[in-house]
Design a protein around this ligand. Structure first.
Ligand code: KG4
Ligand code: ZN
Length: 403
């Protein structure tokens, strides 16, 4: 089953062809990061215009890379919620139009489902994930054309048999998914494919948003997550003590942590709390910035892991934990998860099934926004018997919970 998947919910225009929910025949991502670096964040209208410019070349490239035509495609899938209104519109209108013209069934996929299903994507593909800066779309695609001959598809077919051995290593149900992105921080319980129960969620900011805001305070470029991770490499993670929010159960809160960093920076610089945040970064030394970045990253990751530990205690039947969303690319989070969850929790409690809990992290290419994960999620919707959506009726929803 070959699915042409489209993603445009925020500031990446992406298209991919995914076979049987796992094999990536092509994966094209055009990032707008370079545009928004200057502004320190996404400007929705600019993002929508950039999607409009990129979407058709990106889809064309995805088909070409896979050495396929529209006739080879069985389904079209697109992100329809949640995200930026204008950005979602470009992707869904394009997908609706193609579904009608090409007479293909259309699947509308929730963005967080896609992030979760990134963990099912195989790594056996020879297709490349292509990240290019926006603004050089046309020339980039032109230059890349020599890299997408049919030899790529031939190589891919050869690799499929090698990939089969990896199929056994897929997340098992029931599972817990930690979804950590720019807009969401949730723990989701999945009894089976395509069944989602939110058991914890943030009451205010998302953790990715917190990374982005703290980066701004420290004068680090957008997006904040990778900038903080990079800056923190030279930092001392215990230099600044930052508080853990007191939130009952499995819910999160990150707005207090952002304010705590702001206050700690002001205190370090001996400035009153009325000092605007944009005046602070220029006064910090490089070492202070690195120490703040490291201390913040450590605290944010500890908060996430603490809640996951509680979720695992509450759900001893869980067989896998999957990480999802942009923040799941974070190396400290991955390291802490491996150390704490695998070696700590269940053994501490004398639970002999400790080693049975498997952790899954998406391949770094699929942690951030991409369309391959949309193809994976749509595949499991098809397999779960979900009916396709009416391409004449499909609407976007800037906000909608996973269900
Ligand atoms: O999933 P994603 O690409 O888009 C949304 O659906 O929101 O997540 C973007 C978020 C941003 O807040 C970005 O700063 C964060 O993921 N992020 C990271 C890292 N890479 C991206 N946060 C921490 N560490 C990283 N390495
Ligand atoms: Zn995302």
């Amino acid at each position: 089953m070959k699915i042409l998947a489209i993603e445009s919910s925020c500031d990446e225009t992406a298209a991919a062809v995914v076979e049987d929910g796992r094999r990536i025949l092509s994966n094209v991502v055009i990032s707008q990061i370079d545009i928004f670096k200057e502004y320190g964040g996404v400007i929705p209208e600019v993002a929508a215009r950039s999607h409009l410019e990129a979407i058709l070349p990106v889809i064309h490239k995805a088909l070409k890379d896979a050495s396929l035509t529209k006739d080879d495609i069985d389904y079209i899938a697109v992100t329809h919620t949640p995200g930026l209104l204008g950005s979602l519109l470009i992707g869904t209108l394009t997908a609706r139009t193609l579904a009608i013209l090409w007479k293909k069934p259309l699947y509308a996929v929730h963005h967080l489902k896609s992030h979760i299903y990134a963990n099912w994507l195989g790594s056996e593909t020879s297709a490349k994930t292509i990240f290019v800066q926006h603004g050089c779309v046309a020339s980039h695609l032109k230059n890349r054309s020599e890299h997408s001959p049919s030899s790529q598809a031939t190589a891919l077919r050869k690799n499929v048999s090698a990939g089969v051995s990896q199929l056994a290593n897929l997340p098992e149900f029931p599972l817990l998914a930690l979804v950590v992105s720019g807009g969401h921080t949730q723990i989701i319980y999945m009894r089976a494919h395509n069944q989602f129960e939110i058991i914890g969620t943030t009451r205010d900011d998302a953790v990715g948003e917190c990374f982005d805001k703290v980066a701004k305070i420290l004068g680090l470029p957008y997006p904040g997550g990778p900038s903080i991770a990079e800056c923190a490499k030279n930092g001392d993670e215990v230099r600044y003590k930052l508080p853990h929010p007191k939130v009952d159960g499995l819910d999160f809160s990150f707005s207090g942590l952002k304010t705590a960093v702001l206050r700690a920076v002001q205190a370090e610089l001996d400035l009153p709390i009325s000092t605007p945040s944009y005046e602070l970064a220029g006064k910090l030394t490089e070492q202070e910035k690195a120490d703040f970045a490291a201390s913040f990253q450590e605290t944010a990751c500890d908060i996430l892991i603490e809640k996951l530990k509680i979720a695992l205690e509450d759900h001893p039947e869980a067989r896998s934990v999957v990480f999802a969303g942009g923040v799941s690319a974070n190396a400290v989070l991955r390291e802490k998860a491996l150390k704490t969850l695998m070696n700590g929790l269940r053994r501490e409690k004398g639970d002999s099934r400790g080693e049975d809990v498997k952790l899954f992290f998406p391949d770094l290419r699929f942690a951030g926004d991409n369309a391959a994960m949309v193809g994976a999620a749509a595949y499991y919707e098809v397999m779960s018997g979900v009916e396709p959506t009416d391409p004449y009726e499909l609407n976007i929803a800037p906000r909608k919970e996973i269900s």
